[in-house]
Design a protein around this ligand. Structure first.
Ligand SMILES: [Zn+2]
Ligand SMILES: [Zn+2]
Length: 405
């Protein structure tokens, strides 16, 4: 960005942003090829070996030094800047989902039962595009830019694994930016959220221990199914009765398993679910009350509830100053009318939260919807796709973010 500290605002035309976008658009065929290749060969979390090898080969072609094999399939590239100081990190995720691709396109998944239905192929391609734009502007970079290609966003929280392997060190990371495709937003727009963007999650396993008996003589046992049914109902009152009505929390049981056959009173039922919260204080209240309610209801009915709670993803909280950096970049590329400030957080999770717990940064949305082309399906849907012109915008905004910090 020349010598100007920010990428500019919409009121004054930003020629360097426009030039960057022109360049990104000129390399769109290269990016479309990469994206379609990744799209045809989806790999699940921690199995992204082919994807990882493709990333390494492309970084080699761009002359960008990198290290592979972090958490197995992660790759970290580094573009040096003028000064030896803390880096700006840009992150993409590599993994696909266990879903059958139902699209009728030449680039549909060639792997049965696996599909890039969350757009991580797009994220990976965008990061390579941003890397190419930045590698050509090394002399404009004040400090280094770290390129993080992260495995397993959808499964074990690959971000956590990479942080444990030191991805935020050597050089240290001063700011981090990540994006996610959003099929709710029209292509040509960006969605920004200040503060809390995504919920935290906790995995819940409740095991109700009763005592078996003949189905005709239930008084001789403790029916774990009847107890479990009451536990499920009672636990739902935690959100409605223990959480301030102005706050948000979700408790969902996804599976119920128990019993052996029709004429035996069940001795054991297992309930598995998830808890989502936005506020750490609410999270603490909900988890405590779920435990007390399940144990108390079970005990009152003569059974015993064993409650296992495993923390999963942290809530994702954006740094407002970093959101402003993204906002300036977005406005410079598409004008203020293309910037959508999202007024509510969502109850989904995103493992980018683990980076934001360590360093300031922003996670934002890239519009990929195109009604006229029928590109309208939500993420994790068997017909999910993106308007590929979004690749150029994604690469340009990440490059601008790195230049703008
Ligand atoms: Zn996903
Ligand atoms: Zn995703």
């Amino acid at each position: 960005m020349d010598s100007s500290p920010s990428p500019g605002v919409a009121s004054e035309p930003d020629h360097s942003a426009a030039a960057l976008l022109d360049e990104a658009r000129a390399m769109l065929p290269w990016m479309v090829d990469i994206r379609r290749d990744l799209h045809r060969h989806p790999e699940l979390g921690l199995e992204e070996h082919r994807t990882s090898a493709r990333v390494c080969a492309l970084l080699d072609e761009l002359g960008i030094a990198h290290r592979a094999g972090l958490a197995g399939t992660g790759v970290v590239g580094l573009i040096p800047g003028r000064e030896d100081r803390a880096a700006v990190a840009l992150r993409a995720d590599l993994d696909a989902l266990p879903l059958q691709d139902a699209k009728q396109t030449p680039y549909r998944s060639e792997v049965a039962g696996k599909m890039h239905a969350c757009g991580h192929d797009v994220h990976t391609t965008i990061l390579l595009g941003a890397a190419r734009l930045l590698a050509a502007r090394r002399e404009e970079l004040a400090g280094p830019v770290k390129l993080i290609f992260q495995p397993a966003e959808e499964t074990v929280g690959g971000a956590k694994l990479l942080i444990e392997e030191g991805v935020l060190e050597e050089p240290p990371v001063a700011a981090i930016f990540g994006l996610h495709v959003d099929p709710e937003l029209e292509v040509g727009t960006f969605g920004l959220r200040y503060g809390q963007r995504n919920a935290s999650s906790d995995d819940l396993k409740l095991t109700v221990h009763g005592r078996s008996a003949h189905a005709a003589y239930p008084a001789g046992g403790v029916d774990a199914i009847v107890v479990a049914a009451q536990v499920v109902s009672a636990v739902q009152s935690v959100v409605s009765r223990n959480v301030d009505a102005r706050e948000s929390a979700v408790i969902t049981f996804g599976t119920v398993n128990g019993g052996t056959q029709a004429n035996i009173v069940a001795s054991r039922v297992e309930l598995v679910g998830t808890v989502r919260c936005l506020d750490p204080r609410i999270r603490e209240i909900v988890l405590r009350r779920v435990r007390q309610t399940a144990e108390g209801v079970a005990a009152g009915l003569g059974a015993r509830a064993e409650v296992e709670i495993r923390p999963s993803y942290e809530a994702l909280v954006n740094d407002d100053a970093m959101v402003d950096v993204v906002r300036r970049s977005a406005a410079a590329l598409v004008g203020e009318q293309g910037v959508v400030v999202i007024d509510r957080p969502n109850m989904g999770v995103e493992d980018f939260a683990f980076y934001l717990a360590k360093v300031p940064g922003a996670f934002f949305s890239l519009g990929v919807r195109n009604e006229a082309e029928g590109i309208v399906h939500p993420i994790h849907h068997e017909l999910f796709d993106v308007d590929e012109s979004s690749l150029a915008l994604g690469a340009a905004i990440q490059a601008l973010n790195a230049l703008g910090v």
